[in-house]
Design a protein around this ligand. Sequence first.
Ligand code: NAX
Length: 327
Amino acid sequence: MTSPVRIAVTGAAGSISYSLLFRIAGGEMFGADTPVQLQLIEIPPAMDALEGVAMEIDDCAFPLLDKMTLTDDLKEGFDGANVAVLVGGRPRDASMERADLIRANGPIFTEQGEALNEVAADDIRVGVVANPCNTNALIAMNNAPDIPDERFTAMTRLDENRAKSQLATRADVSVKSVTNMGIWGNHSNTMYPDFFNAEIDGKPVADVIDEGWLTEQFIPTVQGRGKAIIEARGQSSAASAANAAIDHVRDWFTETPEGDWHAMAVPSGGEYGITEGLIFSYPVRFDGDGNWEIVDGIELTDFAREKIEITENQLLEEREVVQDLLT
Ligand code: NAX
């Protein structure tokens, strides 16, 4: 047995966490040999509900769960954390435009960045799930000057998984056959799921599936999947988002198989001409030691570049809205 990994989760009494925490405690994020400590963070009105979730976690008697703490205090919650999964945030209500949602969430991530900076472990890694996740991650990163920027990421893994599943269904193959599925840009309906460079059983997707379907059906389906689920279920994606959060963190510490890649929103260093400093989803590879690198040399068609510019522009607009929160 190795020493326990301390995982802080915000929004721990919410819907996504209800599918996430049990899987972390069951060993799905760090494997069957690694004990975990859960540091669960909520806002005061949700602490009673969080107690109820914790009672259920207790009742699972997870052998790998070394310790669990519940708190509404960020410094206590992030203390010594090796991983922080930031799920909690203000949801959008009917009266809110996207800019209002961004402004409502901004201060939450200012505070969380500051608290992480002060008390998290030296090896902290942060994955932001709460929307607008790219810009929330940007705010947290900018308010944590002592934590290396590359430790701040936002989750586009659900989009990768959605895209793979759509392609596998269309080609009538197992989802395992689909590789190299990159998502570019913002986790929003402007994201660009790059089918040109994706492969099915090692062949370019466009050799297996007709391009008309890929451009006219596939892209809007992946971009609009979150909304379609809300319409069908009456609630936003929860179990699939939790599953993607498990994938996001687990793969950050797992060497990516030769030739493949995953989607993760990471701080741009200007790769592929994207504005430096934005939290931008790229195809990335992991070295197995908690480090990622953006895959270089991916060919982008004019079609792809046009789509990527749209999503980059949206992220620039979001950054403008929270400029005063970026130090
Ligand atoms: P819920 O509303 O069920 O849960 C959110 C929880 O966060 C609540 O329990 C609330 O009390 C808590 N919270 C609010 N402010 C907080 C703060 N300052 N500190 C700690 N906790 C706080 O939402 P849920 O369905 O769990 O979704 C959570 C977030 O994930 C939302 O922002 C949602 O938009 C986002 N999503 C992101 C996805 C992605 O792929 N990146 C996909 C799914 C989801 O839409």
